[in-house]
Design a protein around this ligand. Structure first.
Ligand code: NAD
Length: 484
C-alpha cells in the first residue's frame, strides 16, 4: 500500500521529544507515512514572523492536507498571533474533536466510567477576535454564530457519533440569555437531530450542563458545543478523566486536518526525557484513522492501552502502588513498541473498522446556507459615548433628533432600559444605546433616513460610536429588546 504524505512540526519545549516518541510508536506499528517536516513556533516568531509559521510551511500543508503538530511556545509579550488560531482559520478547520477517556484503575480519576468526546466548533463565536474599545469605560467583543458554521459542526457531531457507535449527542448553549446567537445554535441542533433517529439527543443550558459533566461524566457521550464553552469544557473534561497530558485532539476541515496534544510545550520539562507523549500519540491515532490506516491505528492504540495497563508510566501519571515502572519519554515509546500486536486485558481494546475514515468532507457540502427570504430594516440603534449627565438629560437631548419619519423609542445602558421611565438605581456607564424606529408603526425605514439621523447626531455634538440596524426576517424581529 502506498505511503501517505503528512506534514510534521516538532514544535518547542517538550515538543521534539514527544514527537520523536510518537513517530517511533507509529513506525513500530507499521505506519505508512512520508513525512515532510516544517518549522513552526518560537524560532519562527522570534525571526520576525508574527504568525509563527512561514508561508512555505503553508505550501506543505496544502500539499499533504494532514498536519501532525507538536505544541509550541508562544513568546511572552504582545504582537504574536496564536499559531493555532491562524492555522484553524486559514484552512477552515471547523471541528475540534477531543476524546476524554478514563483509564481507571491504571490512571487515577474520580470518574472511572468516563468516555466523553467533545466536538467543539472551532472558527466562530467570540474567537473571531473582533474586539473594540468603544468608550472610555466600555469594551466590546463580537460573538458571531452562523447558520452554515453551526450546521457543519452539529452534523459533524452526529456523523462522528454514528461512525463511532456512540449512542447520544448532547448540546450545551446559553440560549436562555443569548436568545439569538446561542438560540440559533440550539435551533439548528433541534433541526438536525431528528435526521439521526439511531442517536439520542439532548440539550442543557451550559451552566447546569457543565456542572453535571464535572459531577457525572459517565452520563454523557458526544458533546457538541459553541467555541468558547467547548474550549473551557474540553480542558475540564480531559483533566477529570485523568490528566490533560493524556488527551489528543483533531482539528478537522473540509480538506485539511491537524492533529495534536491538547497540552502546551511545558518548557520547564523540556530536554529531560520526562514528558508524557501520550496526548500527541492519541492525536496521531486520530490522524491514522483520518487517513484510512485503521489497521495501524488499532495496533498502536491497543499496544498503548496495554502499556498503560501494565503500569509503565511517565512521571506525570506515575503513582506508587498503582504504577509498576516509572519511565522517561523514550523508554515509554519503546515499551509501547514492544507491545505492538498485544491488546489490553482489563481496559477496553479499541477497534477501528477497515476503510473507516475520520474525514469530514461530507459535512461542509451538506450545510444548507439558507437565508431568510424576507429581510426588512425597521429601525436603528445608535450607540453614543456620552458622559454629560443622567439618562433623562440624554433622553431630552436625543428626543429632539426624532423626525424625518423616525422616532426615539428608548435609551438603554448595558442592555437595561434607562429612558423613558428608567429606575434611578440603575448604574449607567458612558455607553448608551438610542433606539429609533419608524414613526408609523411597523413601517420599514431606509438607509437614507439612518444617515440623515446620524447627521443630526453629529450636528447636536453627540459622539456616536456605532449603529446596528434592526431588521425583521420573515416578519420576526432579528434583534433583542432591552431589559425593562
Ligand atoms: P502546558 O500544558 O505546556 O504545561 C502545564 C504543565 O502541565 C507543565 O508544567 C507540566 O507539568 C504539565 N504537562 C503538560 N504536558 C505534559 C506532558 N506531555 N507530560 C508531562 N507533563 C506535562 O501549559 P503552559 O505551561 O500554560 O504553557 C506553556 C507554553 O505552551 C506556552 O507558551 C503556551 O502558549 C503554549 N501552549 C501551546 C499549545 C499548543 O501548541 N497547542 C497549547 C497550550 C499552550
Amino acid at each position: 500500500m502506498a505511503n501517505t504524505p503528512i506534514t510534521v512540526a516538532r514544535g518547542d519545549g517538550i515538543g521534539p521529544e514527544i514527537m520523536d516518541a510518537t513517530l517511533r510508536i507509529l513506525e513500530g506499528a507499521g505506519a505508512r507515512l512520508d513525512i515532510e517536516e516544517i518549522e513552526i513556533g518560537e524560532k519562527v516568531y522570534l525571526a520576525g514572523n508574527p504568525a509563527g509559521v512561514a508561508p512555505e510551511a503553508f505550501e506543505s500543508l496544502r500539499r499533504t492536507k494532514v498536519f501532525l503538530k507538536a505544541p509550541i511556545t508562544t513568546p511572552q509579550g504582545g504582537g504574536y498571533k496564536s499559531l493555532n488560531v491562524t492555522v484553524r482559520k486559514t484552512f477552515g478547520l471547523y471541528a475540534n474533536v477531543r476524546p476524554c477517556v478514563s483509564y481507571h484503575p491504571f490512571v487515577e480519576t474520580k470518574h472511572p466510567l468516563m468516555d466523553v468526546v467533545i466536538v467543539r466548533e472551532n472558527e466562530e463565536d467570540v474567537y473571531g477576535g473582533i474586539e473594540y474599545r468603544q468608550t472610555g469605560q466600555v469594551t466590546q467583543c463580537l460573538k458571531l454564530i452562523s447558520r452554515p458554521g453551526t450546521e457543519k459542526i452539529v452534523r459533524y457531531a452526529f456523523e462522528y457519533a454514528r461512525r463511532n457507535n456512540r449512542r447520544k449527542v448532547t448540546c450545551f448553549t446559553k440560549d436562555n440569555i443569548m436568545k439569538i446567537t446561542d438560540g440559533l445554535f440550539h435551533k439548528i441542533f433541534e433541526e438536525i437531530a431528528p435526521e439521526y433517529t439511531d442517536i439520542e439527543n439532548e440539550h442543557w443550558i451550559v451552566d447546569i450542563g457543565a456542572a453535571k459533566l464535572a459531577d457525572a461524566p459517565e452520563n454523557f457521550d458526544v458533546l457538541v458545543l459553541p467555541n468558547l464553552y467547548g474550549d473551557v469544557l474540553s480542558d475540564v473534561a480531559a483533566q477529570i478523566a485523568g490528566s490533560v497530558g493524556l488527551a489528543g485532539s483533531a482539528n478537522i476541515g473540509e480538506s485539511i486536518a491537524m492533529f495534536e496534544a491538547i497540552h502546551g510545550s511545558a518548557p520547564r520539562r523540556a530536554g529531560q526525557n520526562l514528558a508524557n507523549p501520550s496526548g500527541l500519540f492519541l492525536g496521531a491515532v486520530m490522524m491514522l484513522v483520518h487517513i484510512g490506516q485503521t489497521d495501524v491505528a488499532e495496533r498502536a492504540h491497543n499496544a498503548w492501552l496495554k502499556t498503560m495497563e501494565d503500569g509503565v508510566h511517565t512521571y506525570d501519571i506515575y503513582k506508587e502502588g498503582v504504577s509498576r515502572e516509572k519511565v522517561g519519554t523514550r523508554e515509554f515509546a519503546e515499551a509501547v513498541v514492544a507491545r505492538t500486536g498485544q491488546k489490553p486485558e482489563r481496559l477496553k481494546a479499541v477497534s477501528y473498522k477497515a476503510g473507516e475514515s475520520g474525514g469530514a468532507t461530507f459535512a461542509g457540502r451538506m450545510a444548507r446556507t439558507s437565508v431568510a427570504s424576507d429581510k426588512e430594516t425597521v429601525g436603528v440603534d445608535v450607540y453614543l459615548d456620552w458622559t454629560h449627565g443622567t439618562a433623562n438629560d440624554l433622553g431630552a437631548a436625543v428626543s429632539k433628533l426624532s423626525g424625518d419619519g423616525l422616532k426615539l423609542t428608548a435609551i438603554a445602558n448595558r442592555g437595561v432600559k434607562v429612558y423613558p421611565g428608567g429606575a434611578t438605581e440603575t448604574f449607567c456607564s458612558d455607553h448608551w444605546r438610542c433606539r429609533f424606529v419608524s414613526e408609523t408603526e411597523g413601517r420599514a425605514i431606509t438607509h437614507a433616513q439612518i444617515t440623515q439621523l446620524l447627521s443630526r447626531f453629529a450636528d447636536a455634538g453627540l459622539d456616536f460610536i456605532k449603529t446596528e440596524n434592526l431588521c425583521n426576517f420573515d416578519g420576526k424581529p432579528g434583534y433583542s429588546h432591552a431589559q425593562e
